[in-house]
Design a protein around this ligand. Sequence first.
Ligand code: ADP
Length: 352
Amino acid sequence: LMSALLVVLALLIFAIDTFTPLDMAIAVMYVVVVLLSVNLWRRRGVLLASAACLFLTVLSYGLTHTMVFSGPASGRLVVSLAAISITAWLALRGQAATAALLAREEALRVSRLQLAHVTRVTMLGELAASIAHEVNQPLAAISTNGQACLRWLQRAQPDLEEARSAVTSMLEASARATGVIRRIRSLARRGDPQYSALDLNSVAQDSVDLMRRELHQQHVRLRLALAPALPPVLADRVQLQQVIINLLMNAVQAMAAQPAAEAPLWLELRTLRQPDGALQLAVTDNGPGIAGADLPRLFEPFFSTKTDGMGMGLPICRSIIETHGGRIWAESGSAAAGATLAFTLPVQEPQP
Ligand code: ADP
């Protein structure tokens, strides 16, 4: 429709230019056609439209002037042709610049999604043993209860009550296994973020569940201090889980890397509501802490003190938290604790 209107506009200008006795450079109005065409068509279309405007200008001149040169009229012709050409050139340049810019934002977004996917899958790889254990436990429970159930049924006097309770346990265990698989599947999923109203505590709990075995293996005691009745945050569940798991993994790795300590290793995950209403989640460990000189560089891409570190964990955490409208930071050096990594998220205000 817009394209048709543009053609009509061009023809209108042509008609006025050709059939009204106005001594003005009407043809300059063709620049409007050129400017509008930039929003409608690609480069080729704009070039064609500009060429058509130039042609109509010359055609109109040819129809209304018997002499090729006629002082002021020729001057108006040249001015019109120049105006149309210059406008077309500037418009095309602007169009190309915008296109290049769009391709760069978009490329950035795609590469960030890919990177986030890679670190997520890497994390899953590191968590493989824990995950296998998480699924194995309910499977073992199903098998044990299945055998018990058979025994109750094979008695001379089958004990249906006991059999029923064994089957109930089997169903519970299978639901637990399904839950683990669901969490892993959603974590491995790749795609654009999906925002929904989430309970930060439940996301934290899900992340901790995936880390349990890892914590157990490294002899790390976990304290959960979840503030009750927090308002929901508007966030992507997978991305938040990724941030929390990353913070927990970093803490475990930092503690595991230090020379055997006398003090037992512990880790605390707290959620709380800040005075300004925002929610805060903090992970504190009693590992070696972070050197003062490293603190400002922690969130820089590729900054890592590990021999095999990628240094992308915290930058991705920061990018995720900031796109959620929050803030993330690190603290170190307070008494008795190692490092604290914390982030805030704005709460989703209830719609009035
Ligand atoms: P990577 O884990 O690949 O090194 P990150 O961006 O996740 O990349 O972490 C960057 C650096 O931050 C780590 O190499 C480590 O030096 C430091 N760091 C992160 N968390 C902790 C922590 N809990 N204790 C001590 N150092 C930490």
